[in-house]
Design a protein around this ligand. Structure first.
Ligand code: PMP
Length: 428
């Protein structure tokens, strides 16, 4: 396979864009380096690079593209937006319609507010929680990712009773001191940390199903315990559903799991591929947001008509009968095919799958905790990633990132993928 044009683009990108990429996760650094393939066009389940190579795509742009690339209904909505003005800075009927759709889908949100990214959504929920509780600290879980604002770029200290350490240069020590990080799915560590800091914590922030060290479900009772303990200490619970919202069913992971937070952050899928974030929650908490309340939160692009119309169109596609059942069916075929291929070639893998989202970890261990995901074999993954690329399968260059099926993937695509994976395993 030839990547000459991608390589030339990357070389030039390096002279203009820091690191040659606009988000570090797009770099191939974690898989041994090289020029990331530069994509020129995408349609349905396929992407086409500048050298003319087609790929079956499981990256789905890190999650948003659940209806496949350039879905006709979403594309039509974007055309309407382009032709009727993409930004007014005023009230629109679209934002009202869309807010109602989100509320209907996720009933724990009495009121919503649109922002422009998942980062902004989570950041805003924290400000609102701090405003509501009058407290400063937050508690989060190791391995969950919540965006790139300072407060969530804080790593765990050296034990559950330790306050955090900056996880990025530029994050101040005083910011890190506002964050407690404990392992996901470890109830005892969580309870210990809450016993020590609970009275100072504004909110417990959690991905209800983790999407950021692969797809990891909460252990039975974990989220219920998080709610119970947080509320006992007067802290709020925030679900970061930026990845999980509308991923497994029409609504959030909270609908699937039957647990409800005080506040929810959304992003990715709800924009139909356009920039978006949204947050919402209980009426009395959301009433703290300006202009009603003292917690300021604003945005020039917030609720822009293009993102609203694309988001509405995307959700309309997802409302159709059988959508999630089909994602689940194809997910099961993919999981089974990959598992069988791994067995055939003696490749140690574990698959975590929830409906149309699956993670393939290079380990024989079951992965329920972050430490296990961390310990998986990055070198084997790197080999796999490169071999798959040559088999024209595009996944994220990260050993954790999930594969996302879209409504555009067919059984034929999935079978082609299984053959490609089998070839890759054979050559490993
Ligand atoms: N929360 C979660 C759970 C995410 O996965 C992400 C992005 N991967 C974010 C927040 C940040 O979203 P964005 O990149 O849109 O700012």
């Amino acid at each position: 396979m030839i990547f000459t044009k991608s390589e030339a683009i990357h070389k030039e990108a390096l002279t203009h864009i820091v690191g040659g990429v606009n988000s570090p996760s797009r770099s191939y650094k974690a898989v041994g380096g090289g020029a990331p393939v530069a994509i020129k066009r995408a349609e349905g389940a396929y992407m086409y690079d500048v050298d003319g190579n087609p790929y079956i795509d499981y990256l789905a742009a890190y999650g948003p593209i659940i209806t496949g690339h350039a879905h006709p209904h979403v594309t039509e909505a974007i055309k309407v937006a382009a032709e009727t003005g993409v930004l007014y800075g005023t009230a629109t009927p679209h934002e009202v319609k869309f807010a109602k759709m989100l509320k209907d889908a996720i009933p724990s949100m009495d009121k919503v507010r649109f922002v422009n990214s998942g980062t902004e959504a989570v950041m805003s929920t924290i400000r609102v929680a701090r405003a509501y509780t009058g407290r400063d600290k937050i508690l989060k879980f190791a391995g969950c990712y919540h965006g790139h604002f300072d407060l969530v770029l804080v790593a765990a200290g050296s034990g559950p009773s330790q306050l955090g350490m900056p996880d990025s240069a530029g994050v101040t020590k005083s910011t890190a001191q506002e964050v407690i990080t404990v392992p996901f799915n470890h109830i005892e560590d969580f309870e210990k940390a809450m016993d020590q800091w609970g009275g100072e914590i504004a909110a417990v922030l959690v991905e209800p199903i983790v999407g950021n060290f692969g797809m990891v479900e909460p252990q039975p009772g974990f989220l219920e315990k998080v709610n119970e303990v947080a509320h006992n200490y007067g802290a709020l619970v925030i679900y970061d559903e930026v990845i999980t919202g509308f991923r497994f069913m029409y609504g959030g992971a909270q609908n699937l799991l039957g647990v409800t937070p005080d506040l929810t952050a959304l992003g990715k899928i709800i924009g139909g591929g356009l920039p978006i974030g949204a947050y919402g929650g209980k009426q009395e908490i959301m009433e703290g947001v300006a202009p009603l309340g003292p917690a300021y939160q604003a945005g020039t692009m917030a609720g822009n008509p293009a993102s609203m119309l694309a988001g509405i169109a995307c959700l309309e596609v997802l409302q159709k009968d059988g959508i999630y059942e089909e994602l689940d069916r194809l997910g099961a075929i993919l999981e089974q095919g990959i598992s069988q291929a791994a067995e055939k070639y003696n490749i140690p893998i574990t698959i975590n799958r929830i409906k149309g989202a699956l993670s393939i970890y290079f380990t024989k261990e079951k992965v329920t905790h972050y430490e296990q995901a961390e310990a998986t074999d990055g070198e084997l993954f790197s080999k796999f990633f490169k071999l798959l690329l040559h088999e024209r399968i595009n996944i994220a260059p990260s050993k954790y990132e999930a594969w996302f099926l879209t409504t555009a993937h067919t059984e034929e695509d999935v079978n082609k993928t299984i053959s490609a994976v089998e070839k890759a395993f054979k050559n490993m």
